[in-house]
Design a protein around this ligand. Sequence first.
Ligand code: 1HN
Length: 368
Amino acid sequence: MAKVEEIAGRARVHDNAELEDFYARLDTVGSGALWNVANEIEPWYPQPKSVPMFWSYQRMRPLVVESASLVQGQDAGRRVIYLVNDGRRDIAAAVGLLYTGIQIMNPGESMTAHRHAASALRFVIEGTGAWTIVDGDRLQVGPNDFAVTPSGTWHEHGNEADDNYVIWQDGLDIPLVNALDANFYEVHPDLYQVPGKVNNTSILTHGSGILKPANRNWGKPYSPLLGFPWEQTRDALVNLSRVSDGTDHDGVIMEYVSPHTGGSVMPTMGAHMQMLKPGFAAKAHRHTGSVVYHVAEGFGHSIIDGRRYDWKEHDIFVVPSWSWHEHVNDDPANPAFLFSFNDFPMINSLSLFKEIEYDSNGGHQELL
Ligand code: 1HN
């Protein structure tokens, strides 16, 4: 049934027997009448299939831990419980065209090496001893560290601790890459990589934050820095907060960037860390682009499309494209930190970014 809108300039053809017969004949030759679908495929504004969702870490953790004894890492490939949006079960997306999941590794465990066209990122939740080898660079990561495994890089992970789980959040652009019919997957021919002699080579080379090695070319489309330690990240936010209140909508917010370009870490996905000062209450806004949030530190709440979600450390929630949202730090004494990743690099490179501010008086909304 066509969605008729009785508005000049919109499709407003009403069915009758003659038209229905015509539509049936169009169907037999692999075609259709645009006016039957035009209002559906050209919405006035974005109509995401994804809905706002919230996953409590307290509720998810026991299930994730249960999986650690239910399946062998080597059988699962990666032992991950993925978080799926109620509106996007068809494509295993958490929001928009972004996938996310919670991965757990037992003490002493390691996973086999592989690569894919999809890009991946990790945000570490808990445990010491986590490592990931990305194209031969063995990175050691700890709680609240951020790391990337860009499209096409060989990667494998493990947990070298002998008495704790490693649990981290994965973020991938799989639904996007699949939507573009551009995904490839390969298992490493030797199943494992041979890491370089020095751990954290990319951080030692590119992680100073103020200096760049001279006379080095980097021809790849992603950040040469693959790991972003929490301590340095937190310090950067705290330092910035001493001289700035940041934005009305996000507080003090910084992007993880490629030190080579100053732009996003990967061509499809970007990531931010934001600090909400004690008691900070954001103004609501909405914009195109989908965002997955992870509470790195503190407690507070967010209102997404009129519904309140109370959050604390390691809770995960999503804001679909064009959904109203505002974040509040409910702690009057301490800052809260939100990690997030998004599809903004794609939205921006296609010039599709739009943002408006909420006007509670019901007045006009400014395109920012
Ligand atoms: C993947 O390669 C990892 O390497 C985790 O840890 C989750 C989900 C879908 C496809 C590939 C990993 C993934 C994934």
